[in-house]
Design a protein around this ligand. Sequence first.
Ligand SMILES: [Zn+2]
Length: 258
Amino acid sequence: MMLLRNGVFLSFFSFVLGLIIGSFINVLVYRVPKGESIVYPASHCPECKHSLKWYDLIPLLSYIMLHGKCRYCGHKIPVRYPVIELVTGLAFMGVALKYGWSFNLLKYVVFSGLLITVSFIDIFDGVVPDIVVIPGAAIGLIFAIIQGKTMFLDSLYGLLVMGGFFVLIILVTRGRGMGQGDATLGAMIGAFLGLKFSIAALFISVIIGGIGGVIAILFMRKKRSDTMPFGPFLAIAAYIMLLYGFEFLSFYLSFFNF
Ligand SMILES: [Zn+2]
């Protein structure tokens, strides 16, 4: 019963934390590609420039209560704002339910936030922002250093192998297919997940990227020659490994064990 109550509290706490961080991620997604400061000016409506009050900025709730429109000019608020908040809330809750109150909860909540930021910038602007990903890789290494020598080495190997793999692809394909941002994103994922899990994430990302590509061609009138950002698929795969890494690897290895 105690455990259940703890679980309910932890779920609620992490979901709300995710909504709040998600509304900050919205600021990053909007401003980082434009090279704007993320602290100044304060949030305002891009249409009428009216500065937004605290009650206009409550994650999810403000959007619902305002029926998706600016309070001052009626301009439509892009649906990506509540979507990013909700995705972050759910992602944080997933990490919390998996790891409970632990150092890994902090580590992987930070990692999830970075993945969501990078994915949405890649979706909307077609770039993986190094200004987010390179510090992100360093943060992943620092978390691993705190966790001890074994984790640090695993993190370092993950970073080097994943980054190196994408650099190799870029060299072989002469820059078609993968971009330099995919290499730095791969390195960040390697730093957070370590060698084994990040390689597994790479494997999964190719599969779901392929499925995503087929869906895009069938239902979204994309042509085979259209480029699709690969970053979000890598990010989703990394998140799957975060939650089901051990299950995935033991399932996979069971094929070699009979
Ligand atoms: Zn407005």
